[in-house]
Design a protein around this ligand. Structure first.
Ligand SMILES: [Cu+2]
Length: 314
């Protein structure tokens, strides 16, 4: 008996050794608990600090970045804060489930749970789908879930990573009719017009940063609710674009790539020189209304930029 058990252990060790030798680093599936609370709060929509009554996940626009690995099980809990006035819900584009049971709205003070497996790798939109959905998205109830491929070598390793979510901001958050007419005031990346663009807005204080020669990976999602994004790096070329962020979808050497509302893609960019690229939607009315982010390539870039919590520059 004893020797059989030892042999069994040796056999398992040998298999692990062979896997490592072949470079087949595959993540073990795990269960990830995610809890988000819907919060109705005042947030700035421009660099001057103009406030807006936003509807959010966790008081932030976009909501927290959720990051799991392909094959993981996500145990999700939604709380609707009791002080809210409106019903809210969660719709994960990374999930395959029942829209009625899991994605339906709950009243203030209520909670709900559902579980899904992250079967497809990529960058996926999440958003509130409560009625009227156009208003819940326009007011800020959205975010990004990244599902990393389970094979660690499925994509080239990125040196820096950033999350950008494009959305429109409507001047009056109560004006549902203006949303239906697509009469927005700003198009923004990560909830604030010109948030990362000190060129067009002297009040902007933040940038995206990397070093020349580094592979910079942008996890891009277009929240809409209405406008398409023609995502382009001014003075750069996308080295690779992965529609929906799936490693099987790779395209090379693109100048612009269209991301519709409710869609996402992964964009890799490498600059051979120091200096700036401006990441924009090349739908220029959108860019010049706020959807411009400066990515500065400098040899002096610190280690923390575009890593860990720094992938979404708040
Ligand atoms: Cu909502």
């Amino acid at each position: 008996m004893k020797s059989t058990r030892v042999l069994g252990r040796l056999g398992a060790a040998a298999l692990v050794g062979i896997g490592a030798a072949l470079g087949a680093a595959v993540a073990e599936a795990k269960t990830v608990k995610v809890t988000l609370t819907a919060k109705e709060v005042d947030l700035p929509i421009d660099n001057k600090g103009t406030k807006y009554r936003a509807w959010t996940f966790e008081g932030q626009v976009p909501g927290p970045v959720i990051r799991v690995t392909e094959g993981d099980t996500v145990e999700f809990t939604l709380h609707n804060a009791p002080e809210n006035k409106t019903s809210h819900s969660m719709d994960f584009h990374a999930a395959r489930t029942d829209v009625v049971k899991d994605f339906s709205a709950i009243k203030p003070g209520a909670s709900k749970q559902f579980t899904f497996t992250a079967d497809y790798p990529g960058v996926f939109f999440y958003h509130c789908g409560a009625d009227p959905m156009i208003q819940h998205v326009a007011r800020g109830m959205f975010g990004v879930i990244i599902v990393d491929p389970k094979a660690a070598n499925a994509m080239p390793k990125a040196d820096r990573e950033y999350v950008l979510v494009q959305s429109e901001i409507y001047e009056n958050p109560e004006d549902h009719a203006a949303m239906m007419r697509n009469q927005w005031k700003h198009v923004a990346f990560n909830g604030v017009a010109f948030k990362y663009d000190p060129v067009h807005d002297p009040n902007a204080e933040k940038l995206l940063e990397a070093k020349p020669g580094e592979r910079v990976r942008i996890y891009f999602v277009n929240a809409g609710p209405n406008e398409f994004a023609s995502f382009h790096p001014i003075a750069g070329i996308w080295d690779r674009v992965y529609p929906s962020g799936n490693p099987k979808n790779v395209q090379h050497g693109l100048q612009s790539f269209t991301v519709g509302p409710g869609d996402g893609a992964v964009f890799d960019l490498i600059s051979p020189v120091e200096g700036a690229n401006a990441l924009v939607t090349h739908s220029l009315r959108g860019a010049l209304s706020g959807a411009i982010a400066v990515l500065m390539f400098s040899r002096d870039t610190g280690d923390e930029a575009g890593r860990g919590d720094g992938i979404l520059v708040r």
